[in-house]
Design a binder for this molecule. Structure first.
Ligand SMILES: [Zn+2]
Length: 440
């Protein structure tokens, strides 16, 4: 740096410090990366969550343990008002599952029932292949429909998840007996990917399961060559009753405007397969670690920073809805969510009004990550109706859908340094939001 530039920088820093002293400018941000000190606390915590607690649907005993564990960590880290918010969640048990190819060759195929599917003691039927919801018609009557949606990039997930969600009811309306889905994935080693379905009211409920991309492509090849495959599907799924699970909440109370809240969120529940490492164990420890770093900084933020680990995102976003019902009328300045895995942070995805956008851009820029308009996150989405700006941490999506909702979403897929970088980004943004000047 030249002496002229150094002088200019010193004068600028002095003027900023003077403004801060007069309360017109936010205090300089702590160096969160230095506070993290190359440590791996986030990864150590994720290891515990994955290896000692494991997969944790909201209704499971494992989820109850995860909630107690997270509350204990928040207390250890010195957060205030640590509490568990009760949330009523539906119960769904996967049970056993079997898919047998009967014709043209006998073989058992790996499957995962879609979340919420009804069970069946056994259905034998020919397979009819479609690629989209629009292709479903009278040709599926009496058949098992295979949706062979050709997902290959992360950007295809939105369209694919609409098929996963609506496919069973659409097929049932035309008399189909069951639904199979080519797994929504960006890579496949013969692994099926589960995920939620929604039955439309008034339509018959048919069983639904995901198969691997390899097996789906095999069936497509058979059909294209003039063969009609026949399969037998057995699913032991059961839906029954509700249970009480909990959102886990903790805070760092604000110094000057404690009634104004910056929310940092993720979902603590996961699917019942794998370990929920990227989805969303990574987000959960991002939030815990960001809060720990904010405490380590030793300076109280102006506004309150509130950590919320939501329950039951995967099976209905009940935790997010319950939070918005009970606390949504408190003054939330912004809500930030991490639910895109523990990959390297690459930006922010923002859902806010144009007026709030102009307030947010410089704050987001101060984190050194780019921002664009887009989706904030499922758990914080119920706060949109209250006018709260929603911000999602975007991580490198290249490999997220390789393991998403599978037996393979395990700790070994997470890089400790990438994970820590996400937590540092969350801490930077929380600090900037909590100390920014008045919301316009
Ligand atoms: Zn998730």
């Amino acid at each position: 740096m030249t002496s002229k530039r150094l002088l200019a920088w010193v004068l600028f820093a002095a003027s900023q410090a003077a403004l801060w002293a007069q309360g017109q400018s936010p205090p300089p941000p702590p160096d969160f990366a230095a506070l993290a000190g190359g440590g791996t606390t986030a990864y150590e915590r994720l290891s515990y969550l994955c290896d000692r607690i494991g997969p944790r649907p909201a209704w499971s005993p494992a989820y109850a343990r995860a909630a107690q564990w997270a509350a204990e960590i928040m207390k250890q880290d010195g957060l205030e008002n640590v509490r568990l918010q009760p949330v009523e969640v539906p119960v769904w048990e996967r049970g056993s599952a079997r898919l047998l190819m009967l014709q043209p060759a006998e073989r058992e195929l790996p499957i995962l029932a879609l979340g919420g599917s009804v069970g069946t003691p056994g259905i034998e039927a020919p397979v009819v292949v479609v690629k989209s919801l629009d292709e479903v018609g009278p040709q599926v009557h009496g058949a098992i429909v295979l949706y062979a949606f050709p997902m290959s990039t992360p950007q295809d997930y939105g369209a694919g998840s609409r098929i996963r969600s609506q496919g069973a009811s659409r097929a049932a309306a035309f008399g189909a007996k069951a639904m199979l889905l080519r797994s929504l994935a960006t890579a496949s080693l013969a692994t099926p990917h589960t995920g939620m379905l929604h039955y439309e009211e008034g339509k018959p409920q048919i069983p639904a399961a995901a198969i691997s991309q390899e097996d789906a492509d095999w069936i497509v090849r058979l059909v294209n060559s003039g063969v009609t495959p026949v399969v037998r599907l057995e699913l032991g799924c059961r839906t029954g009753g509700t249970k009480i699970a909990h959102n886990v909440i903790g805070e760092i109370r604000g110094e000057k405007q404690p009634e104004e809240i910056v929310l940092l969120g993720a979902h603590l529940d996961s699917w019942d397969v794998g370990q929920g490492a990227h989805d969303d164990g990574a987000g959960s420890v991002h939030v815990l670690e960001a809060m720990r770093l904010l405490k380590l900084a030793g300076v109280r933020p102006n506004r309150t920073v509130r950590a919320v680990l939501f329950t039951n995102e995967e099976f209905g976003v009940d935790g997010g809805k319950a939070y918005a019902r009970e606390f949504g009328d408190e003054r939330h300045v912004a809500a930030v969510e991490s639910d895109m895995g523990g990959f390297p942070p690459v930006g922010w995805s923002v859902n806010a009004s144009p007026q709030l956008m102009s307030w947010l851009w410089p704050i987001l820029a101060s984190t050194s990550l780019p921002a664009r308009q887009g989706w904030g996150g499922a758990d914080i989405s119920p706060l949109a109706s209250k006018g709260v700006p929603l911000i999602g941490l975007v991580t490198d999506p290249t490999h997220y859908f390789d393991v998403h909702h599978t037996h393979a979403d395990t700790l070994d897929k997470v890089n400790p340094e990438h994970l820590q970088a996400g937590a540092v980004a969350m801490a930077r943004l929380a600090w900037a939001l909590a100390n920014a000047c008045e919301v316009k």
